[in-house]
Ligand binder design. Structure first.
Ligand code: 2PG
Ligand code: MG
Length: 423
């Protein structure tokens, strides 16, 4: 068979934060070659699949030579000779070979790298772009880019508690135009920050990280930038927030300590009241992890109260794992799940998470990690999954722009057959 796997290997490379990560290479019998690189998070959920790190002196313990070795030996021996176009078989063979429930033996970084490279190889071998191979002939919807333009929390060193403030150009007629709206506003925001004597340095995902006096000031600055760029807040562009509330919830329960802003200790009810004020005042259309991962009651209350108006996304509580998404669906916690390939560690399981959301009438929000590489797998994957929106960082930093550029390319390639809409 043409798409039979002939060779699999891996290499330790660096991610956008200068930390080691895994790149895997696949060669098929028909001569097709592919490679894929694995991203890495900073504000991680407790139940994410395990990134295997060497824990030795080199790279301060973050080396991935063991994961690389697992690809080169055990994984390669199990998969060589298999058909790359049978993604499910490939992924479940690795899951069984690993034998743990969180991929801690072989490493989710080892398994995901192979899983993505196999999908890419199978796509090339069948002469299809990756988005069409994974999504079929109707994979034509280009996601609305939720562009992170202001960072706080663990992604920056400033006085903002919430991790990500995103601009969402839902009023644009196409991806190309939407990307322009947000990139223009990003530059206007830079000018505003400069004129106020505030820092224009950027966080891990390329958003600015100014030392705002409060969380409110962060959002006011964004609204000012939208208006100054000649767009209408709420009509052309709205705002999405990822509180990443785990990072200010010491025990990951209903107790919070907003350390960065100095607002101090709060209970779930206070935090939700604050959110209510903001939702009243500002054009916010999506809110991710408004409470911490163990605060299921908090997610339920938040969703009951605001879920008919906005998208409530669970990230750290669901970790792209159908076991937790199922629980969320049953409990009515959230109405959407964040989808990150490396949280669960294989392409097939990520697709299963998406499918579960669809079947429940939930949305699903495709996402990069704060540590990324120049790999553009996510762009194609987002089009294939047909979710209508994705977050992949700001209008700067090459590893973020690579995904946006790939989406521009896909939209162009579809020659007028592409679709662009928020819902
Ligand atoms: C998040 C992500 C991506 P990290 O919390 O949603 O923005 O951050 O990769 O650090 O978990
Ligand atoms: Mg998040």
């Amino acid at each position: 068979m043409n798409s039979t796997i002939k060779n699999i290997s891996a290499l330790e490379i660096l991610d956008s934060r200068g930390n080691p990560t895994v790149r895997t290479y696949v060669i098929l019998e028909d001569g097709t070659k592919s490679f894929a690189s694995v991203p890495s998070g900073a504000s991680t959920g407790q139940n994410e699949a395990v990134e295997l790190r060497d824990g030795e002196k080199r790279y301060n313990g973050t080396g991935v030579q063991n994961a690389v070795n697992n690809v080169n030996t055990e994984i390669a021996s199990a998969l060589v000779g298999k058909d790359a176009s049978n993604q499910k078989d490939i992924d479940y063979t690795m899951i069984e070979l690993d034998g743990t429930n969180n991929k801690s033996r072989l490493g989710a970084n080892a398994i995901l790298g192979v899983s993505m490279a196999v999908a890419k190889a199978a796509a090339s071998s069948s002469k299809l772009p990756l988005y069409a191979y994974l999504g079929g002939a109707n994979a034509v919807r280009i996601p609305v880019p939720c562009m992170n333009i202001l960072n706080g929390g663990e992604h920056a060193d400033n006085s903002v508690d919430f991790q990500e403030f995103m601009l969402v150009p839902h009023g644009a007629p196409s991806f190309k135009e939407g990307l322009r709206y947000v990139a223009e506003t990003f530059h206007i925001l830079k000018g505003i920050l400069k004129s106020k004597g505030m820092a224009t340095s950027v966080g891990d995902e390329g958003g600015f990280a100014p030392n705002c006096a409060s969380n409110e000031e962060a959002i006011e600055l964004i609204i000012e930038a939208i208006k100054k760029a000649n767009y209408k807040p709420g009509i052309d562009m709205s705002i999405a927030i990822d509180s990443a509330a785990n990072s200010f919830s010491p025990n990951l329960d209903g107790n919070y300590d907003l350390i960065w802003s100095g607002l101090g200790k709060m209970k779930t009810a206070d935090l939700i009241e604050k959110s209510a004020e903001w939702l009243e005042k500002y054009p916010i259309i999506l809110w991710e992890d408004p409470v911490s991962e163990g605060d299921w009651e908090g997610y339920i209350t938040f969703t009951k109260r605001f879920g008919d108006k906005i998208e409530v996304v669970g990230d750290d509580n669901f970790v792209t794992n159908t076991k937790y998404i199922k629980k969320g669906i049953e409990m009515g916690a959230c109405n959407s799940a964040l989808i990150k390939l490396n949280q669960i560690g294989s392409v097939t399981e990520t697709i299963e998470a998406v499918r579960m959301c669809r079947e429940a009438g939930w949305r699903y929000f495709l996402s990069h990690r704060s540590g990324e590489t120049e790999d553009t797998f996510l762009a194609d994957f987002a089009v294939a999954m047909d979710g209508g929106h994705l977050k992949t960082g700001s209008a700067c930093r090459g590893e973020r722009i690579a995904k946006y550029n790939r989406l521009l390319e896909i939209e162009h390639e579809l020659k007028g057959r592409s679709e662009y809409r928020w819902k």
